[in-house]
Design a protein around this ligand. Structure first.
Ligand code: ADP
Length: 361
């Protein structure tokens, strides 16, 4: 994929200068031109621009005035002033008021300007990368706060429930193991699922992506069979259709996390007492992408929840136990291997998750 050219804007009231500038730099930059400060401002407001160059001597607004007027609205813009008159006052005001990155004599020298533009756009690229890192850090930090808050609550709930059962059992004279132990076991299972999700989350964040050859049929069948201890699975009709002729590489651990969570939900959110419960899995492996579709005929999801079901700790129903972490971890795992996930659902009829992952050959 070719990198997009950095967008730059040159403002000058002399049309010859604008034409010469465009001819000199359009190979390496996406060059925009404007013949007045007003037109230049409009351009800044309507498209992203990394670097702006302006002539100082223009009829209505000087270059310095124009640059100064862009400082608060476009603080990240890199500003360059060009002038044929080496007036010290202009230079000082350009630096102080117009926050210029650099000051150039007119007529500009193509080689010199080439170097200046390269440095200026490099600064923009570095700033953007820094901003992305900062945003990611902010996101991680927010999630961490939310995580500590909710996790402590979710970890405590089953423990308190076990404690309650034990205390109650102590007060009973004819204490029956058969009655209380299964209740304790259920709470421990909930705790175990929750801790398992946290481990998955940690591994997904920490472990490097390691592509290896995948056998989709084996993975789908083995994952489904791994739920044979789940009681609800018994009534469910499971169908799968796997079309894989090509060698396909991706990270097995992440795919396992994705299948585990989506299968678990497809089992968990079936309609009660429904005699036609089903889960269908389709996998289509092409040269560049594999598309997985996991469809169930379960309770479905109301439209107002659909946007948020991938959020951390978000639960759209209290009908079943859960942590609200499964789909969040699934989405994180999908994104880690460069894929995308989407959901379609009809309340009362069922839900389909579609996952597209790239071949990392
Ligand atoms: P959990 O299942 O632990 O609540 P998830 O993150 O796995 O958390 O899912 C978030 C919510 O999305 C669930 O609470 C449930 O309401 C909804 N959901 C997920 N998968 C399905 C599905 N296959 N059918 C119906 N609802 C689903």
């Amino acid at each position: 994929m070719t990198e997009p050219k950095p967008p730059i804007l040159y403002v000058d009231d002399d049309p010859k200068q604008l034409t010469a500038f465009k001819a000199a730099f359009r190979r390496d930059y996406e060059v925009f031109t404007a013949n007045s400060a007003a037109e230049g401002k409009l351009m800044l407001q309507t498209r992203p621009i990394d670097v702006i160059l302006t002539d100082q001597r223009m009829p209505e607004t000087t270059g310095v005035e124009f640059l100064e007027s862009t400082v608060s609205e476009f603080p990240d813009l890199i500003r360059i002033l060009i002038t044929g008159y080496a007036d010290l006052k202009d230079v000082i005001s350009a630096i102080n008021k117009g926050k210029v990155y650099c000051y150039l004599n007119k007529p500009w020298d193509e080689q010199e300007l080439m170097v200046i533009l390269k440095n200026a756009t490099d600064i923009c690229i570095t700033r953007k990368l820094l901003k992305e890192k900062q945003d990611l850090l902010q996101k991680t930090n927010n999630e961490l706060e939310k995580f500590v808050y909710s996790a402590s609550h979710d970890l405590r709930a089953p423990l308190l429930s076990i404690k309650g059962i034990i205390n109650f059992a102590k007060t009973q004279s004819n204490y029956s193991k058969q009655e209380y132990l299964p209740m304790i076991e259920r709470s421990i299972d909930r705790l175990d699922v929750f801790v398992g999700s946290i481990i998955n989350y940690y591994q997904n964040v920490r472990f490097e992506v390691q592509p290896s050859e995948l056998d989709f049929k084996k993975m789908v069948v083995e994952t489904w069979n791994s739920f044979d201890h789940v009681l609800e699975r018994e009534q469910i009709q499971f169908n799968y259709h796997i079309q894989q002729e090509k060698v396909f590489k991706s990270d097995e651990f992440r795919l396992q996390v994705i299948l585990n969570n989506l299968f678990l939900n497809a089992i968990k959110y079936q309609r009660k007492n429904d005699t036609s419960q089903f889960v269908s899995v389709d996998v289509d492996v092409e040269e560049k992408f594999a598309t997985l579709s996991i469809k169930d005929g379960g309770i479905g999801i109301e439209p107002e929840h659909l946007e948020r079901i991938f959020d951390m700790f978000y639960r759209a129903t209290q009908e079943k136990h859960g942590s609200g972490l499964g789909l969040y971890i699934t989405k994180e795992a999908v994104e880690k291997i460069g894929g995308e996930i989407e959901v379609k659902s009809q309340p009362g009829l069922g839900t389909t998750f579609k996952v597209v992952i790239p071949n990392q050959m």
